[in-house]
Design a protein around this ligand. Structure first.
Ligand code: NAD
Length: 508
């Protein structure tokens, strides 16, 4: 099945063709691996063909990228910032087109597709400022006539492996920071979103070319697990930033750690939202709706567990079920659609399997619970009433399924929030300052993202993003996340003529 002519015109506006080589290697587009079809999740029709890279392509890409490190790290950081500024401008020019491509290939609604590209632009802006602030500290030395300080230097190559659900934002969190820090980037996008990988790389490649810089500074591969594993094993890559499931992330971590490489992990979430008896119920309902249903439940920060105080339980639930019944499911590019399809046929099957496991564990479906018969991968947003100790509640089911449970006390709610293996995002709805401070303190949520009166999802780039426990412990984007993309040297300089030793040691 082919794609309409007008869609091919749209693709060519962002540098894509009906058939595309999926490797940006040493400044050239090439690939000699298998040819795959990439499809749109709303009808499973082919959008275009992509040739994935082979291991020979991978090797050539790494060799040239390793060479390009010498050029890139020599450039002063603010000059590297200027290149990232130009990348931001190139993305700005194509914001609408790229947003549409994200929506077409991933399946999220257009507003979210555009929002995702905007996030990369925001990251570019952030990184430009950062390029003048990669500061080290000066530390008072205990020895006379000595000076001690920190110097931050680039690592070399940063490998970035990304998941399908944010086919370009996650690249942005990593690449913008990695580049201003003086690292070259090797990117492997998700195998089911290769057109986004190619289109974004084309814009970056164009900026590098215009500035007479080696294209290999940014090397990109379309491919699957084999290429991901090669990145994990490659000793030329000191830092591997991996975004995906905890299952695959754990394998990647073992391989990278074995070779003493560094890993930045952004893995599965299983995020809870708690509503206290003193909460603004209307605000909570709107937040839960966005957090659980947005992106068809395929954000790492999607709300999957809802804990309601027994006194507001039925009232809130009735309002929420009412909203679910009105939600417009359909073509993500159509105006008014709030929920698009899940990403692949496999995601749809996974939803069906999940629902049957939920039922077998005593879960009661309050709304939804079925796939929608069509050529696309549509499923119904679902609310399930279930016992909080059911084992299915501990797992991440990557779709629009929300488990609802009751609690009596704040302590009980916090314990339930912390009772799963994952530790990404969490949120509480309350109007009591005491509850807020308990929630964010040492006896509160054990997650990396701890919100109050806002949804679990929709993080801003200025904060450090990531989670604890099986979510992997990584922090990306803002705050001081940049430090992970550099190596720190502690330098002590003796500008005197004596040799006093630390801790007052007298050595002969
Ligand atoms: P996935 O783990 O299946 O794949 C992620 C990436 O890993 C893909 O590029 C894939 O090709 C690659 N890969 C697969 N096998 C590999 C291997 N053996 N070695 C190296 N790389 C390999 O995940 P997915 O289905 O694409 O994405 C959904 C998952 O990602 C969810 O669990 C979601 O919570 C998580 N996620 C987390 C964050 C976060 O910031 N914490 C953000 C987005 C997605």
């Amino acid at each position: 099945m082919g794609f309409a002519k007008k869609e091919h015109e749209f693709l060519s506006a962002i540098g894509l063709a009906p058939e595309n080589p999926g490797g940006f290697i040493n400044g050239n587009w090439k690939a000699s691996g298998p040819v795959i079809s990439t499809v749109t999740p709303s009808n499973n029709q082919e959008i275009a063909k992509v040739t994935e890279v082979s291991m020979e392509d991978y090797e050539e890409g790494l060799r040239s990228c390793n060479e390009a490190v010498k050029t890139w790290k020599t450039l002063p950081a603010p000059k590297r910032g200027e290149i990232v500024r130009q990348i931001g401008d190139a993305l700005r020019e194509k914001l609408q087109h790229l947003g549409k491509l994200v929506s077409l290939e991933m399946g999220k609604i257009l507003a979210e597709g555009i929002g995702e590209v905007q996030e990369v632009i925001d990251m570019c802006d952030y990184a430009v400022g950062l390029s003048r602030q990669l500061n080290g500290s000066i530390i008072p030395s205990e020895r006379p006539d000595h000076m001690m300080f920190e110097v931050w230097n680039p690592l070399g190559i940063v490998g970035v492996i990304t998941a399908f659900n944010f086919p370009c934002a996650v690249l942005g969190w990593n690449a913008c920071i990695a580049l201003v820090c003086g690292n070259c980037v090797v990117w492997k996008g998700a195998p089911t979103t290769p057109l986004v990988t190619i289109a974004v790389t084309k814009l970056i490649a164009e900026v590098l070319k215009r500035n007479n810089l080696p294209g290999a500074i940014f090397t990109a591969f379309c491919g699957g697990a084999e290429i991901g594993e090669a990145i994990a094993k490659d000793t030329r890559i000191p830092l591997v930033s991996f975004t995906g499931s905890s299952k695959v992330g754990s394998k990647v971590q073992q391989i990278v750690t074995e070779r003493f490489g560094r890993c930045l992990l952004e893995l599965s979430g299983n995020n809870a939202l708690i509503v206290m008896d003193d909460a603004d119920v209307g605000l909570a309902v709107r937040s839960i709706f966005f957090a659980a249903v947005g992106t068809a439940g395929q954000r790492c920060t999607t709300c999957r567990r809802l804990y309601l105080h027994e006194s507001i339980y039925q009232n809130l639930l009735d309002q929420l079920v009412g909203l679910y019944k009105q939600v417009k499911i359909g073509d993500p590019l159509e105006k008014g659609t709030l929920v698009g399809p899940v990403h692949t046929k496999a995601s749809r099957e996974n939803f069906e399997k999940g629902i049957s496991t939920i039922k077998s564990q005593g879960g009661k479906i309050l709304t939804g619970g079925s796939v929608i018969e069509s050529d696309g991968n549509f499923v119904q947003p679902t609310i399930v009433e279930i016992a909080s100790n059911a084992s299915v509640v501990k797992e991440e089911l990557f779709g629009p399924v929300l488990y609802v449970m009751k609690f009596k006390t704040l302590e009980e709610a916090i314990e339930l929030n912390n009772s799963v293996p994952q530790g990404l995002s969490s949120s509480i709805f309350t109007s009591k300052p005491g509850t807020i401070f308990k929630w964010i303190g040492p006896h509160g949520s054990d997650c990396g993202i701890v919100n109050v009166n806002i949804p679990t999802n929709g993080a801003e780039i200025g904060g450090a993003f990531g989670g604890e426990k099986a979510t992997g412990g990584g922090r990306e984007a803002g705050s001081d996340s940049w430090k992970q993309y550099m190596r720190r040297s502690t330098c002590t300089i003796n500008y005197g003529t004596e040799l006093p030793l630390a801790q007052g040691i007298n050595f002969g």
